[in-house]
Write a protein that binds this ligand. Structure first.
Ligand code: NAD
Length: 499
């Protein structure tokens, strides 16, 4: 797209300076609630990446040498500023993403908790010491920063996912370049402005906009030491391969398809409430969305009437207004059409649409990107709907005869983010937890996304790499160990081995 003169233009933040890169192609930023263009984002390439990497590289020695407690103090200030502007940032997330205000507050709050974790940097970075590993000799391990780290983030959590990355990277002593999704750059810009206000030295954090060309330049740049990526599985796999081949440390989170098992003894009311949230929260645009329900036995199936009733009564509408709906729009018109195409295909292949969100209309926003809550029964495992990540408000339901069958089906998935079970039986829950091949398990919890102190631990094709994001794993990812072996002689004892 060529630039327009009337739309606000997203700025780059490089070396502590804001700039409106000119002469670049731009991509539109929409308000999904209305379908209006609200900004345009210039698509940077090798030149912008080079400037950001050089700025981050130049800032690294002084920042790495800054005591961890001083680095943490910047995070304390950042935390205060995020708290001050919390509501305004939540509204910005709703405006560019479309999720409800309550969901936007949750998006920011989960990232805010990582900032709080990062405030504990002096403790998190404490090393290890073993005196006397041999007579008169001590062993010591200290954690050192890596250098220039990069974060590449998706559209669906404009605040939380960048915040999974840079607070920990920065307090560990690294410098950072964020390349946010070109579909939601406005929240990232606000997060960067507040970092500058918190007193972070120039060049320690940089913001570059763009798509594949910017990412490719970051992955292959010799001065970049580590890459954190979150997005779809094909891109995550390729990022892992390319960045690893160029000698970077990589953590790459991919897509998902998460199963929710409803046992015959599950509490119907609480299960329905949790499944509705897991399937339709954030309009299904969550990598932890519970997008396939497996009911077990006739009594497990008994949740269906309540589930369908709740889905049909979920209101859909604008999230950029005071009166909030139950669910907002999806990210773009193209994405809405893709979701519709998958539902249509499933229906043609014999699945039954028992709650149909395809025709949903929002009166005061005819051009918004809306898709209503949809439930599809009798989805066979060989259908596209059962295999592909839909990433929209669409819930597949399959009926199973027992827990073994449900676990076996869940384990056919190529993904491995989350899996949840609703039951009153400790034995069933334990069996499920042990045998399901996914890295984040919910027991009577529909969206078992770990809090900041635990790693976000996807398995299989939901994660490529070794050390996950958040928690101590995050600290390990953003540091490298240095082990020192030392022997000191007492005064005048230069030749102790002769004694
Ligand atoms: P996406 O893969 O299209 O984009 C993610 C990022 O990669 C963006 O910054 C984008 O500009 C960049 N990108 C896109 N195509 C690229 C390419 N070919 N080469 C290099 N870079 C490229 O993902 P999205 O649509 O923004 O986000 C939705 C996806 O993210 C879903 O699959 C969802 O499950 C996944 N996700 C995963 C997690 C997790 O932790 N596992 C969390 C959130 C979202």
């Amino acid at each position: 797209m060529t630039p327009s003169s009337s739309l606000p233009r997203c700025r780059f933040f490089i070396g502590g300076e804001w700039s409106q890169a000119s002469g670049l192609a731009v991509s539109p930023v929409f308000n999904p609630s209305t379908g209006e263009m609200i900004a345009e984002v210039p698509l940077g390439g090798a030149a912008e990446v080079e400037a950001a990497v050089q700025a981050a590289h130049a800032a690294f020695p002084a920042w790495a040498d800054t005591p961890p407690s001083e680095r943490a103090r910047v995070m304390f200030k950042y935390r205060t500023l995020l708290e001050r502007d919390f509501e305004a940032i939540a509204r910005l997330i709703s405006r560019e993403h479309g999720k409800t205000l309550a969901e936007s507050r949750g998006d920011l709050f989960r990232g805010f908790e990582v900032v709080e974790l990062a405030c504990a940097a002096p403790t998190l970075l404490t090393g290890e010491l073993l005196p006397n590993i041999a007579r008169g000799i001590d062993g010591e391990l200290a954690r050192h920063p890596l250098g220039v780290c990069v974060g590449i983030t998706p559209f669906n959590f404009p605040a939380m996912i960048p915040l999974w990355m840079f607070p920990l990277a920065l307090v560990c002593g690294n410098t950072f370049i964020l390349k946010p999704s070109e579909r939601v750059p406005l929240t990232a810009i606000r997060l960067a402005e507040l970092l500058a206000e918190a007193g972070l030295p120039k060049g320690v954090f940089n913001l570059v906009h763009g798509g594949k060309p910017a990412v490719d330049a970051l992955l292959t740049h010799p001065l970049v030491k580590a890459v954190s990526f979150v997005g779809s599985t094909p891109v995550a796999r390729s990022i892992h391969q390319v960045a690893s081949a160029h000698g970077k440390r990589v953590q790459a989170n991919g897509g998902a398809k998460n199963y929710v098992v409803v046992m015959p003894d599950a509490d119907v009311g609480k299960t329905v409430e949790a499944v509705i949230n897991a399937a339709f929260g954030c309009a299904g645009e969550r990598c932890m969305a519970g997008s396939s329900v497996l009911t077990v036995g006739d009594r497990g199936r008994a949740v269906m009437p309540e589930l369908v009733k709740a889905a049909k009564s979920l209101t859909v509408g604008r999230t950029d207004v005071e009166t909030q709906p139950g669910m907002g729009a999806v990210i773009t018109a193209a994405h809405r059409d893709r979701v519709r195409g998958l539902v249509d295909a499933g229906e043609r292949e014999g699945a039954k649409v028992i709650a149909d969100g395809r025709g949903v209309k929002v009166k005061d926003a005819p051009n918004g990107f809306y898709f209503g809550a949809t439930i599809i029964e009798d989805v066979r495992a060989d259908m596209k709907l059962a295999q592909e990540e839909v990433f929209g408000p669409v819930l597949n339901v399959l009926h199973m005869s027992g827990l073994d069958e449900a676990i076996a089906l869940a384990n056919t998935s190529s993904y491995g983010n989350g899996a949840a079970i609703f039951t009153r039986s400790g034995g069933a829950a334990r069996e499920f937890k042990q045998r399901v091949r996914a890295g984040m398990i919910g027991i009577n919890v529909g969206v078992p996304a770990p809090m900041a102190m635990f790693p976000f631990s996807g398995w299989n094709e939901s994660f490529f790499g070794d050390l996950h994001m958040q928690g101590r794993a995050g600290v390990l990812f953003y540091t490298q160990p240095k082990v020192t072996t030392s022997r000191w002689f007492a005064e005048g004892e230069g030749d102790i081995w002769k004694k």
